[in-house]
Design a protein around this ligand. Structure first.
Ligand code: ADP
Length: 267
C-alpha cells in the first residue's frame, strides 16, 4: 500500500490509500505489452528492409530472385497488417468496455453469415465446418461486429490447429439461463498447463508455428475481451492429440438488465 496525505482547505486531513501492488502489476503489463507489440512489428520490418536492400544490389536484376523476394516482402507486410489490425481491435474493444452492447443479435444468423464468409473467402478448410444451430434461441444483446469477430477468431483457430479434413463443429444451444456457443476441432489439442494463459496477449503454445501459419497471438485475447463486454463466460477444454472445444456462454436479451428496465421491471 502507498499512503498519500493531502491537506484540504478546512484544515482536515485526507489520507489516500493506494493499492500499489495492483497498480504496479497493471503498469508492468502495459510495459510488457508495448515491448511485445514493438518486437512483433520489428521482426517483419527488419526483414522487409533487408530484402529491399538486397534488391537494390545485383540480385535485383534477376527476375526470378526479384519475384521471390517480392513474395516474401508481401507476406511480411501482410503479417504486420494483421498485427496492426488486431491491435486496433483490442484497443477499440477495451475503449468500449463500459458501454453495454445493445443490438439484438440472433446468434444462429450470425454463425450462418460467418460460415458463408469463410466459404466465399475460399479458405481451404471452410468445407469442413459443420453447424448445429438449434432452434428458436433468444437473441443476445450484442455488438454484432464484435460477436462476428469472436466467431472468426474461434473458427480460424479451429482451422489453423485442427487436423486437415477433420470436421470443425459449431454448435448453438441453451445452457440454463444462458446461450451456449461452442467451436470444436479435432486436432493437436493443448496441454493443460497452457490453457489458463491462452487469453494473455501474445501467449502462444508454439511461437514459431503460430507465426508461420499467420497467427498474431492476439486472437484469444480479443475473444476474451469481447465475451467479457457481453457479460459472458469463456471456457477452453482440450486434450493433446484429440482436439479442442472453446465454449462461450452469453446471457440472452430478455434477462439483460437493460431489457428488464426497459420493460419496467424493477427489483
Ligand atoms: P494465434 O494468433 O497464435 O493463433 P491466439 O490468441 O488465437 O493466437 O491463440 C493463442 C495460442 O493458443 C495459439 O498460438 C495456439 O498455440 C493455441 N490455440 C488456440 N486455439 C487452438 C486450437 N483450437 N487448438 C490448438 N491450439 C490452439
Amino acid at each position: 500500500w502507498d499512503m498519500r496525505v493531502a491537506d484540504v482547505t478546512n484544515g482536515q486531513r485526507v489520507v489516500h490509500l493506494i493499492d500499489q501492488t495492483a497498480h504496479d502489476a497493471a503498469e508492468r503489463m502495459r510495459v510488457d505489452f508495448v515491448a511485445n507489440a514493438s518486437h512483433e512489428l520489428r521482426t517483419p520490418l527488419a526483414s522487409i528492409l533487408g530484402f529491399i536492400e538486397t534488391l537494390g544490389d545485383e540480385a535485383g536484376d534477376d527476375p526470378e530472385i526479384r519475384a521471390r523476394f517480392l513474395k516474401v516482402m508481401f507476406d511480411e507486410a501482410r503479417r504486420m497488417q494483421r498485427l496492426v489490425e488486431d491491435l486496433i481491435s483490442l484497443s477499440r474493444i477495451e475503449a468500449d468496455k463500459y458501454r453495454q452492447p445493445a443490438q439484438p443479435t440472433d446468434l444462429a444468423e450470425l454463425v450462418e453469415d460467418v460460415w458463408e464468409e469463410f466459404l466465399d473467402s475460399g479458405a481451404p478448410r471452410a468445407k469442413d465446418i459443420a453447424c448445429d444451430l438449434g432452434e428458436d434461441l433468444a437473441p443476445v444483446a450484442g455488438d454484432r461486429a464484435q460477436l462476428s469477430q469472436m466467431l472468426h477468431n474461434l473458427i480460424g483457430n479451429a482451422m489453423k490447429y485442427g487436423r486437415a479434413d477433420t470436421p470443425i463443429r459449431v454448435t448453438l444451444g441453451r445452457d440454463g439461463d444462458m446461450l451456449r456457443l461452442s467451436v470444436a476441432d479435432r486436432g493437436e489439442g493443448i496441454a493443460a498447463g497452457h490453457i489458463p494463459r491462452l487469453t494473455e496477449r501474445f501467449y502462444r503454445v508454439d511461437s514459431g508455428r503460430s507465426r508461420s501459419i499467420g497467427g498474431t497471438g492476439l486472437g484469444l485475447a480479443i475473444v476474451k475481451h469481447i465475451v467479457e463486454r457481453h457479460r459472458g463466460r469463456l471456457d477452453i477444454a482440450s486434450e493433446v492429440g484429440v482436439g479442442t472445444t472453446v465454449t462461450v456462454r452469453l446471457p440472452p436479451l430478455k434477462t439483460s438488465t437493460k431489457s428488464l428496465s426497459e420493460a419496467g421491471v424493477t427489483k
